[in-house]
Ligand binder design. Structure first.
Ligand SMILES: [Zn+2]
Length: 195
């Protein structure tokens, strides 16, 4: 893959003259979504996003890492990134977008531990060393969930309540990876929010 990328890049740079853009997102929005490969390109098209419009933050499953999820976000990379986007880049609205058919939904603990072992990582050692409890704890560490809408609501709730972040509209959605259709799961209507 590396050599293919380098080869393509030489042609790209030779053929394209890009105009410089501001690093401040034009539409003052952060989009929190999943790392799923089917969202690459589709998400932007389906939402009508151009280069320079928004900040995109991608995590496995669009989840907040545990144990950050149980705390208030001091150890959360997602909260840290949102803080940067809000305080340094002028973001004033957040969209959390989960998706259908997510690889983090319904994770089979046996398949997970089997895959780790096949790649030379011993799950039981990690569970003991980091106090994860058991296989289910390992699955929680990964951020796995059973219901995408529920996960989106939890992440929205977490962002709205992090003391590191100001009061600003945080909405939850789910995108269909086949059709690109968005379903609104949680529109932020808390009183006192600037629109
Ligand atoms: Zn996903």
């Amino acid at each position: 893959m590396l050599d293919e990328v380098l080869e393509h890049n030489q042609r790209f740079v030779a053929e394209h003259q890009l105009s410089p853009l501001s690093h401040l997102p034009r539409r003052r929005t952060a989009v929190v979504t999943c790392m799923d490969c089917r969202l690459v390109g589709l998400l932007e098209q389906a939402l009508g996003l151009e280069r320079g419009d928004v900040v995109e933050l991608r995590t496995a499953g669009a989840t907040v890492a545990v144990p950050g999820r149980e705390g208030e976000g001091v150890n959360s990379d997602l909260v840290r990134s949102l803080a940067g986007a809000i305080y340094l880049l002028g973001v004033r609205e957040v969209l959390v977008i989960g998706h259908t058919n997510c690889g983090l939904a319904h994770v089979d603990p046996a398949a997970l531990t089997g895959s780790m072992q096949a790649l030379g990582v011993e799950p039981q050692d990690l569970i003991e060393r980091y106090g994860l409890g058991d296989q289910a704890g390992l699955v929680r560490w990964l951020g796995a969930f059973s219901q995408v809408e529920e996960n989106v609501r939890e992440v929205v709730h977490f962002i709205r309540n992090s003391p590191f972040l100001p009061r600003l509209p945080v909405h939850g959605l789910v995108i269909d990876v086949v059709s690109g259709k968005l379903e609104l799961v949680d529109r932020d209507t808390r009183p006192g929010l600037a629109s």
